[in-house]
Design a protein around this ligand. Structure first.
Ligand SMILES: [Fe+2]
Length: 81
């Protein structure tokens, strides 16, 4: 069984959210990118740039307003409030 990291992923498993694979891939891709950035930042290879801040901001806004918003009605219909 896949390791769930976020509570929403747990609900995807329980209720069989049909877009879970793509949604979880977004989480994993984001995690990989920020993990790589964090490692480079710690060694001084990477600085906190406007590009990184823009990436973080754009990703969070797009993910929360797009992908996250899409599963709300699906879970609500199954009793999750
Ligand atoms: Fe999400």
């Amino acid at each position: 069984m896949r390791q769930c990291i976020l509570p929403e992923e747990h609900f995807f498993d329980i209720f069989g959210y049909p877009e879970s694979v793509a949604h979880i891939k977004e989480h994993k891709d984001f995690e990989k990118k920020i993990t790589a950035f964090g490692a480079d930042f710690k060694t001084g290879k990477q600085r906190l740039s406007k590009d990184i801040i823009k990436f973080l901001s754009d990703w969070l806004v797009a993910h929360i307003k797009g992908s996250d918003k899409k599963y709300g009605p699906f879970l609500n219909e199954r009793g999750v409030k």
